[in-house]
Design a protein around this ligand. Structure first.
Ligand SMILES: [Zn+2]
Ligand SMILES: [Zn+2]
Length: 274
């Protein structure tokens, strides 16, 4: 399994020159399985370049490509209207949030709303590709390609889901937009158990998070605590605050690595092979 970070920023994209090292695009990750099949985690602004790269590389997976969402806050869906492969009528996408007890509107209407004429010139139904919107009420399944999948709800305004993806004895856990309200959430630790790579929200410093209770995110110390308790082999700190520039994040990464040498800050364009 190979993981490529296309968007690592939280909340809102940033285009300032002192943000190039860690990247300014919002949440989007490409997962490439050993068969060459792909899945996409979240559709933040990073999905624009991801789509362009797929077309540039003549990536020809026309049957189902999964776009799996942690939740539908704007920074996790706003790149979708600029995802070029979704304008190709030969392609089929399943856009899903998996997991139990999801509240709120149905997923298709959320995607259609952000493309209504008040917000965007092309409506969802004119994009061209075939879309299936799913909100399966499941916590675990294995697909026909032997990829195991576990979903777990965690605390975030409107709810968000973390995912554990296993293929060929390797495990990726993606857990962003998570607030550990009453100590470290044991469900997040269970989901992350022995992960080869844990990608975890680390929007705030330990000082900042004291002022941001209820904002739905973690500090880098909490991310490390999850990794330590779960025995994760590598930790990618993710969903960088839009007010943290490269100099700030480089310093933060050094502090993180003093405490947990296997931690690093996710960088846009960075890859991890498991
Ligand atoms: Zn977010
Ligand atoms: Zn969110």
């Amino acid at each position: 399994m190979k993981i490529t970070f296309y968007g690592t920023r939280g909340s809102i994209p940033v285009a300032d020159p002192d943000y190039f090292q860690f990247g300014g695009n919002t949440s989007c990750i490409l997962v490439t399985f050993s068969s060459g099949r792909i899945a996409i985690l979240d559709a933040g602004t990073g999905i624009r370049k991801l789509g362009n790269d797929l077309l540039k590389n003549s990536h020809e997976q026309y049957d189902n490509i999964s776009i799996i969402l942690s939740h539908t806050h704007w920074d996790h869906i706003q790149g979708f209207p600029y995802f070029e492969p979704a304008y190709d009528p030969r392609r089929n996408f399943t856009i899903s949030i998996c997991g139990k007890e999801r509240r709120g509107k149905d997923l298709k209407s959320i995607f259609a709303t952000q493309m209504e004429n008040d917000f965007f010139p092309v409506p969802l139904e004119k994009m061209g590709a075939n879309f299936t919107f799913l909100q399966p009420d499941i916590t675990a399944y294995e697909n026909q390609w032997g990829i195991k999948f576990v979903a777990s709800k965690h605390s975030h305004r409107g709810d968000a889901y973390g995912y554990r993806i296993e293929e060929g004895g390797k495990t990726l856990v993606y857990c962003t937009d998570v607030e550990h309200k009453h100590g470290i959430d044991p469900n997040v630790v269970a989901l992350s158990r022995n992960a080869d790579l844990l990608i975890h929200d680390a929007q705030y410093t330990p000082e900042e998070i004291k002022m941001k209770k209820g904002w739905g995110h973690s500090s880098w110390v909490q991310a490390i605590e999850v990794a330590e308790q779960a025995g994760a082999k590598k930790l990618a700190l993710f969903h960088h605050d839009p007010d943290h520039n490269d100099a700030f994040l480089s310093k933060m990464e050094k502090e993180c690595q003093k405490r947990y040498p296997r931690a690093f800050l996710a960088r846009e364009g960075g890859q991890v092979a498991l």
